[in-house]
Design a protein around this ligand. Structure first.
Ligand code: GLC
Length: 480
């Protein structure tokens, strides 16, 4: 087990790129790999260490690409395998690592294996039953769909996403080969989709009130990650994997990142927390107690953007200053650095998300200009409509404005590389989060309704103005 204390991912800032919505190079209104490659210098300049690419594989795009029909090819919407190679080369040339999504819980219904299964062959790669149980899909409705011969197949998500049977060794072998395929191409790691869902309880028991969830967090799932860790360690350069595990406690999540399993897990408790000092502190403490390798997440492609969730730009700015001062790694979702709000008024007929209301955080990024699609691509098209009033939020508008959210992120990321050591809480007023790190750095975040005293020292980062030498409400600073 190679696990240097200073492995890059332990303190990395990893920027999530949602390929459909990052940058469109060919004018079809959908972002693509060459678009991402062309904008990599922007991310290098921002100061992140790595990017995580949401799926770009062959897919009918029922669930935004989380329904994969061919794990070893790129969907024509996004480009070609040669475009992946070019992206990796450019990113590595700029000093950025690249991790890619792997979606092992299910395939697309268009995957050759599922087509064969429908025709009656190889059904044991999926979960078929003559008697469905009471499980519900996470997208709503029953988790079972009936096929022509009267039997049913399981799908924890959309009916177009049949769940794989991880008790079948063929499934395990196939995914080991898929990992190697991408590692051989040079990716630096994986983000593991629904990592806790792969193995279902023997006998597929009904979900009973109060009992453990029979389709999540089964002990056998850890065997899969022990095998994956060995594969990752066959490769040089500290390849890593980060797990999406939700509906769980910090202690259960920590089991996925034991020394011989995956490297990191998203912190959903933190992502789901309200703007409340007491709750945030409890979650920070519980997270740090459960693992010495915590991660911090404010937004992603599935959740309402935190500027809207917290209720103001000031809070989003303060949250960035607070979050990026915490020990561990941080995941930044594209557009966080621009302070984008959730788009709440996408007309029903233009919405694309199958199960949940997730389009509002997936609106394409505004790069430049005064009108939609704000330089997203060379045409006037964008796969989701962009708000007409985003001109002030474009990269171009923020780049040279020292008061912009973008300037704040750049400054945070420049100083953050000097942060080190454990978090030490310091005595503070009610609803103020105040802690130190090594080297004399102190972070103060005021979540109360009134100004409080600034900690002594030189202010090196501030989320907003500091009138009268005080720390106003919804403001955070780093002082040294
Ligand atoms: C994960 C993804 C989400 C997707 C789901 C099913 O939660 O983040 O976007 O819908 O898995 O693959």
């Amino acid at each position: 087990m190679l696990c240097a204390v200073d492995s890059w991912w332990r303190s990395a800032v990893i920027y999530q790129v949602y390929p459909r919505s990052f940058a469109d190079s060919d004018g079809d209104g959908v972002g693509d790999l060459p678009g991402i490659t062309s904008r990599l210098p922007y991310l290098a300049e921002l100061g992140v260490d790595a990017i995580w690419l949401s799926p770009f594989y062959r897919s009918p795009m029922v669930d935004g690409g989380y329904d994969i029909a061919d794990h070893r090819d790129v969907d024509p919407l996004f480009g070609t395998l040669a475009d992946v190679d070019a992206l990796l080369a450019r990113a590595h040339g700029l000093g950025l690592r690249v991790i890619v999504d792997i979606v092992p819980n299910h395939t697309s219904a268009a995957h050759p294996w599922f087509r064969e299964a429908l025709a009656g062959d190889g059904r044991d790669r999926y979960i078929f039953s003559n008697v469905p149980n009471n499980w519900q899909s996470l997208f709503g409705g029953p988790a079972w769909t009936r096929v022509a011969d009267g039997s049913w197949y399981l799908h924890l998500f959309d009916p177009a996403q049949p769940d794989l049977n991880w008790r079948n060794p063929q499934v395990r072998e196939e995914f080991a080969a898929i990992l190697r395929f991408w590692l051989d191409r040079g990716v630096d790691g994986f983000r593991v989709d629904v990592a806790h869902g792969l193995v279902k309880a023997v006998g597929l028991p009904d979900l009973a009130g109060g009992a453990a969830i029979p389709y999540f967090d089964q002990d056998e799932v850890h065997e899969v990650y022990r095998e994956w860790r060995k594969i990752l360690e066959e490769y040089p350069g500290e390849r890593m994997a980060v797990a999406e595990v939700f509906d769980s406690t910090p202690e259960r999540v920590a089991r996925y990142i034991r020394g011989d399993e995956l490297h990191q897990a998203f912190n959903f408790d933190y992502l789901e927390a309200p703007w409340d000092a007491g709750i945030l502190r409890r979650i920070i403490d519980a997270s740090l107690a459960a693992t010495d390798n915590a991660s911090w997440v404010l937004s992603n492609h599935d959740r309402q953007r935190h500027r809207t969730r917290f209720g103001s730009v000031a809070r989003a700015r303060a949250a960035a200053v607070l979050t990026l001062a915490l020990p561990g790694s941080a995941y930044v979702y594209q557009g966080d650095e621009l302070g984008l709000p959730e788009v709440l008024d996408i007309p029903a007929e233009l919405r694309q998300d199958p199960g949940k209301d997730r389009d509002g955080c997936r609106v394409p990024l505004p790069w430049l200009g005064d009108a939609p699609p704000f330089g997203f691509g060379p045409s006037a098209r964008s796969w989701l409509p962009m708000p007409a009033d985003w001109a002030g939020l474009t990269v171009q508008a923020q780049r040279d404005d020292p008061g912009s959210v973008l300037a704040l992120y750049k400054q945070i990321l420049r100083v953050r590389v000097r942060l080190d050591g454990p978090l030490v809480w310091l005595p503070a007023q009610q609803d103020v989060l105040l802690f130190g790190r090594d080297g004399g750095f102190v972070c103060a975040a005021n979540l109360s309704g009134a100004p409080v005293a600034l900690p002594a020292g030189e202010v090196v980062v501030a989320s907003g103005p500091l009138p009268d030498g005080e720390l106003p409400p919804d403001t955070a600073v780093w002082v040294r």
